[in-house]
Design a protein around this ligand. Structure first.
Ligand code: PLP
Length: 379
């Protein structure tokens, strides 16, 4: 070794966190909770995966068939425009295909919206206990987060739900986006069409109102249809949906949004050219076409969710009302011990400490066998 290198001061250890941009410096990596692949090999079929709101019935057989056919094409890049899926969605929703953007899950689209439309000069509004991606998208864009306190626990129809009046009042001159989830994850709460209409009438047009409808297909509450009802009157409205929940396609990653064509055009500037893969494009279009399968998934979920709610209540576990495929269970004490207890018995549920709800557990509606396993595992 050359003698000059010995006389030099030792360099500090390389640390990329000192090089990262200011917005990313404030973020933390996604915490997936448990290591599911390891657990699957440990528990085998005896595991009950009730932590991620997946559809226990899986995807439509038609979607599976279409994805198998698409496998043969995976040496090709996927269709960068995704027109067949966009056309199918356009027909399904009664909108123009130019109003649709496709994403590698709706998570990607929620992130892209903040990146495209907000920066450090702006603010973004979301609710306390709102979907976890909203604060992440906000921080990544560099915008200031305005987190509006949720409705109180004692609220009659939406305990811990979005306080739309307070959210409308929170809008500032520099506000670019309001994120709403309807129904919301993790609370399961929802607001009806008239509440959304009143909210949209209060918010100026230069504020994008993003309504995340990830659980739309499960909804059957009276007075709640879809935010798309108001798209004609409010050009600043954006609706996101996903194939990850009721359609049972979480593993292939595909979601979409509906917005004004000029909004879609801005997203197209930033979107990765091949963000939705071959199998996802084919599987989603086929899933959309299989209406009986979706009807079956909806009916199963509704009956099973309410059965599970009753069984939990009989055992002293009270859950909030839900229009989704999960229940938020409220305990009289911190949920950590119960979560651990269930985990040791192969039952995976989601603790809510990270959301600021340490006494809550989010439990997805599983298959009847999984739900029974959960009930048997309770102390
Ligand atoms: C699960 C979920 C999503 C869907 O995410 P994908 O990226 O489409 O899988 C979006 N919003 C909410 C509120 C969710 O719970």
């Amino acid at each position: 070794m050359a003698s000059s290198s010995r006389s030099r001061k030792p360099e500090p250890a390389f640390d990329a966190s000192r090089l990262v941009n200011a917005a990313i410096a404030k973020l933390r990596a996604y915490d997936p909770g448990h290591d599911l692949p390891t657990l699957r090999s440990r528990f085998g079929a005896a595991i009950a995966e009730l932590g991620s709101n997946e559809n226990p019935l899986g995807p439509s057989p038609r979607a599976l068939k279409a994805m198998r056919a698409a496998l043969a094409e995976t040496f090709r890049y996927p269709d960068p425009r995704g027109m067949p899926l966009k056309r199918a969605l356009a027909g399904h929703l009664g909108v123009d295909a130019a109003c649709i953007a496709l994403g590698n899950g709706s998570h990607e689209l929620l992130m892209l919206l903040a990146q495209c439309f907000a920066d450090a000069k702006h603010s973004i509004i979301f609710s306390q206990f709102g979907f976890a991606v909203f604060p992440i998208a906000t921080a990544a864009s560099g915008a200031r987060a305005i987190r509006v306190p949720a409705l109180p626990r004692s609220h009659r129809s939406a305990p811990y739900g979005h306080d739309l009046d307070a959210m409308a009042r929170a809008v500032r001159a520099n506000t670019r986006i309001v994120y709403l989830a309807n129904p919301n994850n993790p609370t399961g709460t929802w607001f009806d069409d008239s509440a959304l209409s009143a909210f949209l009438n209060k918010v100026p047009r230069n504020v994008l109102v993003v309504v995340d409808e990830a659980y739309h297909e499960y909804v059957d509450a009276s007075g709640l249809t879809t935010a798309l009802t108001f798209a004609g009157k409010h050009p600043n409205l954006i609706v996101t949906r996903t194939f990850s929940k009721a359609y049972g396609l979480a593993g292939v990653r595909v979601g979409y949004l509906v917005a004004q064509p000029s909004v879609v055009a801005m997203l197209e500037r930033l979107r990765e050219s091949f963000n939705v893969n071959n199998m996802a494009l084919a599987g989603a279009a086929a899933a959309l076409d299989d209406k009986p399968w979706l009807a079956k998934a909806r009916a199963f979920n509704r009956a099973e969710r309410e059965w599970l709610r009753e069984e939990l209540l009989e055992r002293g576990y009270r859950c909030l009302p839900s229009q989704t495929n999960f229940l938020l269970c409220m305990l009289p004490r911190d949920a950590d011990r119960l979560e651990r207890h269930l985990f040791e018995r192969g039952v995976i549920v989601r603790p809510m400490g990270g959301y600021g709800l340490p006494r809550a557990l989010r439990i997805s509606v599983g298959s009847r066998a999984e739900n029974r396993r959960l009930l048997r595992a309770l102390p």
